[in-house]
Write a protein that binds this ligand. Structure first.
Ligand SMILES: Cc1cc2nc3c(=O)[nH]c(=O)nc-3n(C[C@H](O)[C@H](O)[C@H](O)COP(=O)(O)O)c2cc1C
Length: 325
C-alpha cells in the first residue's frame, strides 16, 4: 500500500512525502522576497510539507502594478536565493510559480497596456485588453523561459507554469477569452498552443532535467465559453509527450462549499488514468484518510494544500504523528 509519506522522485527532485504547499500569492511591495515571506516559508518547511510552491511570481515587468513576487530580472536574485537557501536548510523543496496575468490584472490598470489572446473585456476586472500579436506571444514565452533560468540559478528545485485560474495562459485555453483565428486560437490544439510552447521554451532554456510543473484548470467557472474537458485532456496528452514532470489539477475552487473535499478528484483521476504524467490534485484536500484512499485507488500521486497550511503550517507533521508514519 502506498502512503502519503512515501519518498518519491520527480525528475531530479527527491520528495520526502507526497504533500505540496499549493501556491498562495505573497504580498511584497517591490517584488522582492521580504522578511515576512522568509518567516512564513521557514514555518512551512518546518511544518513538514515536502515541497513548497511559491505564490505567483511575475515574469514580465510590464505587469508590475500589484504587490506580488517578481523575477523578471536579476535584481531579484539575491532575495530569491535567500528563500531557497532557507527552505533547503529546513528540509523542504521549493518550486517557483511563474505567471503572466493578461487581462486578469490585479490592482489598478490605469495607464497599463494590457495584453491578452483577444480584445475581450475581462469578466472579473472589467479591463479591455489588446489582442496580442504573434511577436508579443513569442516575447512572453521568452520571458517565462528567462525567469525559469533565473529560478534555476537562484536555487529553486523547479518551476511551475501557472496556466490556471483565469490568468494569461488560462485565457488562451478558454474559448470565451480566446477568439483568435490564427494558430493560437480555434480548437483544442490552437488554444493549447500557448501553454505548450511556453513549457517547451522553459524546457529548452532550463534543460530537460530541471523539474517543470504546470497548474491547469479542469473547470473555468464560466457558464458559457469555458474550455471543455476534452480540451483539457488534449492539453494533458501533449504535456505528457513534452515530458512535463507534473500537472497540478485545479479549477474554479472558490465555487465549492466549505464542506466539499478534494474538489477535482474525478477529473484528476481520469487524467491520471489516461496519461503518464504525474498528477498533483489540489483543492479541498482536508482529510488524511480520503487522500490515502485516492492515492491507492487511482493513479494520482500527489496532493496540494493551500488554505489548510495557511491556517496550520504544521499540519503535515500533525498528519504524520497522528497516523504513526
Ligand atoms: C489567498 C489565496 C491566494 C492564492 N494564490 C494563488 C497563487 O498565487 N497561485 C495559484 O496557483 N493559486 C493560488 N491560490 C489557489 C490555491 O493554490 C489553491 O489552488 C486553492 O486555494 C484550492 O486549494 P485549497 O482548498 O487547499 O485552499 C490562492 C488561494 C488563496 C485562498
Amino acid at each position: 500500500m502506498k502512503t502519503l509519506f512515501d519518498e518519491t522522485r520527480l525528475g531530479r527532485m527527491s520528495l520526502k512525502n507526497r504533500f505540496f504547499r499549493a501556491a498562495i500569492g505573497e504580498k511584497t511591495t517591490d517584488g522582492q522576497v521580504n522578511e515576512n515571506i522568509l518567516r512564513l516559508y521557514k514555518e512551512l518547511a518546518l511544518g513538514g510539507a515536502g515541497t513548497l510552491i511559491t505564490g505567483f511570481t511575475l515574469v514580465d515587468e510590464a505587469e508590475k502594478n500589484f504587490p506580488m513576487l517578481a523575477f523578471y530580472d536579476d535584481s531579484f536574485h539575491e532575495s530569491h536565493k535567500a528563500l531557497t537557501d532557507l527552505v533547503h536548510a529546513h528540509g523542504a523543496n521549493i518550486i517557483l510559480q511563474l505567471v503572466c496575468v493578461g487581462s486578469y490584472v490585479m490592482g489598478d490598470a490605469t495607464g497599463m497596456t494590457v495584453l491578452a489572446p483577444s480584445a475581450v473585456e475581462n469578466l472579473n476586472t472589467k479591463v479591455l485588453p489588446r489582442e496580442m500579436t504573434v511577436a508579443q506571444i513569442k516575447a512572453v514565452q521568452e520571458k517565462f523561459a528567462k525567469a525559469a533560468l533565473r529560478a534555476k540559478s537562484a536555487g529553486y528545485d523547479g518551476v511551475e507554469i501557472h496556466a490556471a485560474h483565469g490568468f494569461l495562459l488560462s485565457q488562451f485555453m478558454t474559448p470565451y477569452y480566446n477568439r483568435r483565428t490564427d494558430l493560437y486560437g480555434g480548437g483544442a490544439e490552437g488554444r493549447a498552443r500557448m501553454a505548450l510552447e511556453t513549457c517547451g521554451a522553459v524546457r529548452e532554456a532550463a534543460g530537460a532535467d530541471f523539474p517543470l510543473l504546470i497548474k491547469i484548470n479542469v473547470s473555468d467557472g464560466l457558464e458559457n465559453g469555458g474550455a471543455e474537458f476534452a480540451d483539457v485532456l488534449y492539453l494533458c496528452a501533449e504535456l505528457t509527450k513534452l515530458g512535463i514532470d507534473a500537472i497540478e489539477i485545479s479549477g474554479a475552487f472558490r465555487a465549492f462549499p466549505p464542506e466539499a473535499t478534494s474538489f477535482f478528484r474525478k477529473e484528476a483521476e481520469q487524467i491520471a488514468a489516461a496519461h503518464g504524467a504525474k498528477i498533483i490534485l489540489t483543492g479541498g484536500n482536508r482529510d488524511f484518510a480520503e487522500m490515502t484512499g485516492i492515492l491507492n485507488d487511482s493513479k494520482i500521486e500527489y496532493f496540494g494544500l493551500a488554505r489548510p497550511l495557511m491556517q496550520e503550517p504544521g499540519l503535515i507533521n500533525r498528519f504524520k504523528e497522528e497516523n504513526g508514519l
